[in-house]
Design a protein around this ligand. Structure first.
Ligand SMILES: C[S@@+](CC[C@H](N)C(=O)[O-])C[C@H]1O[C@@H](n2cnc3c(N)ncnc32)[C@H](O)[C@@H]1O
Length: 280
C-alpha cells in the first residue's frame, strides 16, 4: 500500500512558488500576491498520477445572474432551472408552466431562452476581462452582437404560485430580469384543475421537498395530487420535476401509474436531488 506523503498545503506552496519564479523570469519583476482578492485565480488539482492546472476565466459562479431581488427561501439555482428546461425538450413555441414557481426562476430562465437573451448579459466582472490574453474590445463587440439578437415575441410561459408573497417576489425578479411582459403570472393551486391555463404541453417545476417548507408526510400526498391533476388536464404532456424527496416522488409515480422517462442525480446546495422527466 502506498502512502500519500504530501497535502494540499504542500501543493499550493510549490505551485505558488513556481508561479512567482516564472513571473520573475519573464517580467523581471516580483509578483504582488493578494490571496484575498486576486486578479488571476489559478487552480491546481492533483488526482492520483494526474496534475491539472487551470485559470478561472469566469470569476464568480455563473448561477449568480443578478436578477434575484426577491430571495425565495427555497430558491432554485438558475443554472439548474435552465438545465431542466433543456432536459424537458421544450421549445419556445410550445406552452410551458411552472405551477409552483416561487421566485419565478424557471419561467425567467425560459423567457431568456425564448427571447434569445444571454442570462448574464449585463455582467461586467468576468474574470477573463482581467487576463492579458483576452481582448476587451473583442468581448464588447461580441456582447453588442449578442444584445442585437434579442427579440421579444409572445410565447406561452406561465408562472403559478399558491402564495401571494412569493408570486409578488417572482414578478419583481422578472421585472429586474427584463422579462416581466414575457411571463403570465397567476395565483393558483397546483392541485386544482381549474387553476391551470388550457392546453399545456410542458410542466417544469421545483415543488417543496418536505425538508424546509412542508412536513414530510404531506409531501407524498402533494406529489400524488399534482400528478393526478396533470393527468386530468394535460394528458400526453411532459413533466420535468426536481426533488430531494426522491422516494416519495417515486411512490407517487407508482400510485398514479406515471411513466418516468429519465432520472438524473444532481447536488443542489447541500441537498442530493433528482431531476425526473415523466410522460403524463
Ligand atoms: C421549492 S419552492 C419553488 C422555488 C422556485 N423554484 C424559486 O427558484 O424561487 C416551491 C414553491 O411551491 C409553492 N407551493 C407549494 N404548494 C403549492 C401548491 N399546491 N400550488 C402552488 N404552489 C405551491 C410554495 O409556496 C413555494 O413557493
Amino acid at each position: 500500500m502506498e502512502f500519500i506523503t504530501f497535502t494540499s498545503i504542500d501543493v499550493s506552496r510549490i505551485v505558488g512558488q513556481a508561479i512567482i519564479n516564472s513571473y520573475k523570469k519573464s517580467i523581471r519583476k516580483k509578483l504582488q500576491v493578494n490571496l484575498e482578492n486576486p486578479d488571476v485565480e489559478i487552480h491546481a488539482l492533483v488526482r492520483e498520477n494526474e496534475f491539472l492546472l487551470g485559470i478561472n476565466t469566469t470569476g464568480k459562479s455563473l448561477h449568480k445572474r443578478g436578477y434575484r431581488v426577491y430571495e425565495h427561501p427555497a430558491a432554485l439555482k438558475p443554472t439548474i432551472a435552465a438545465a431542466m428546461l433543456k432536459i424537458s425538450g421544450w421549445t419556445p413555441h410550445r406552452s410551458l408552466i411552472d405551477p409552483m414557481c416561487g421566485g419565478a426562476t424557471i419561467p425567467i430562465e425560459a423567457a431568456f431562452i425564448a427571447h434569445n437573451i444571454a442570462p448574464n448579459r449585463y455582467r461586467t466582472d468576468f474574470a477573463f476581462l482581467k487576463h492579458k490574453m483576452f481582448k476587451v474590445e473583442e468581448f464588447e463587440e461580441f456582447r453588442k452582437r449578442t444584445l442585437e439578437k434579442e427579440r421579444i415575441n409572445g410565447f406561452e410561459i406561465y408562472g403559478m404560485e399558491k402564495f401571494q408573497k412569493h408570486l409578488e417576489g417572482g414578478i419583481k425578479n422578472a421585472e429586474k430580469a427584463g422579462v416581466r411582459r414575457a411571463i403570465n403570472f397567476k395565483i393558483g393551486d397546483a392541485t386544482i384543475k381549474t387553476d391551470y391555463p388550457p392546453a399545456l404541453e410542458f410542466i417544469v417545476t421545483n415543488p417543496p421537498y418536505g425538508v424546509r417548507m412542508i412536513p414530510d408526510e404531506k409531501t407524498l400526498h402533494l406529489y400524488e395530487k399534482i400528478l393526478e391533476t396533470l393527468k386530468n388536464i394535460a394528458p400526453g404532456s411532459t413533466l420535468v420535476l426536481i426533488t430531494a424527496a426522491t422516494k416519495r416522488f417515486q411512490k407517487a409515480v407508482e400510485k398514479t401509474k406515471t411513466q418516468i422517462k429519465e432520472a438524473k442525480r444532481v447536488i443542489h446546495g447541500q441537498l442530493k436531488t433528482t431531476i425526473f422527466k415523466c410522460k403524463i
